[in-house]
Design a protein around this ligand. Sequence first.
Ligand SMILES: [Zn+2]
Length: 306
Amino acid sequence: MTSGPKTLIEFQEMFPNEDACWAHLRAVRWPEGFECPACQHRESSWLSQRRLDQCRACRRQTSVTAGTVLHGTRVGLRIWFLAFFFLGRHKKGISALQFQRDTGVGNYQTAWTLLHKVRSALSEGTGRLLTGNVEVDESYLGVREKGLSGGRQRGKKSIVVAAVESRGRTAGALRLTTVDHVNQEQLGGFVESVIDSSRATVCTDAWPGYAGLKRRGFRHRFETQGTGDRAAELLPWVHTIFSNLKTWLRGTYHGVSKKHLDRYMQEFVYRFDRRRVEHMLFEHVIQAATAAPPLTYAQLTAERTG
Ligand SMILES: [Zn+2]
């Protein structure tokens, strides 16, 4: 994997036009070269006007974007590549409004949809179970609600649970989720779904919601929660993460709606887990976007169930 552009100047040099982007996408999607989905023939003609590969044996036309988050896109590929660049390279990501301004893409909804499609791809491939000492805690996040205008009314709170590997002076991987209740069923269920019980010790405060972890087969260390400095001392990494998450959501997005919170959290986790390979993130994001299934605007805006 190449490291991708590190600066906007390099981006401009690597992707000066749409053709360069299409060539790069084909190389990422088909690293072994083209293979016809109908007859498995390995040679195609590139129809540059229509951006399609035509099989030289059966003449079937195939789009390199088919079955990816770029499926059927009417937005230029350079705009998508800029989204990969900003989401991968900016420590804080980018808001739809800023993206629209920076790229001149048609309207806010187009910018918003495109960024969320890329975010949805970032959730793929974070399935490794956490090991070692894992701090788990929950926090309340203020979110924007529809119909609440201005800053005076407070939206409802979302409950976010975090699990992060504590490696002493550094943190390992992170997992985040939202729950409706901080009870044993939901907190225990989350711990079970993201932590390897045979290779981890779970560290929490003394909240009764964590009381069932031993029964679920986990080594569990908990201490009575103190206040302020003491709390941060018991679970230092998880507190740092909540603080960074809140700052990020407030600063970049000025708060987000409850419905889409999960996708923003995925973006946060994606960048956090790859913070040591930051220089590779552009290529990582392209790989993720071409490996993830398409997502429609209707699916994006549908009410979350459960
Ligand atoms: Zn064919």
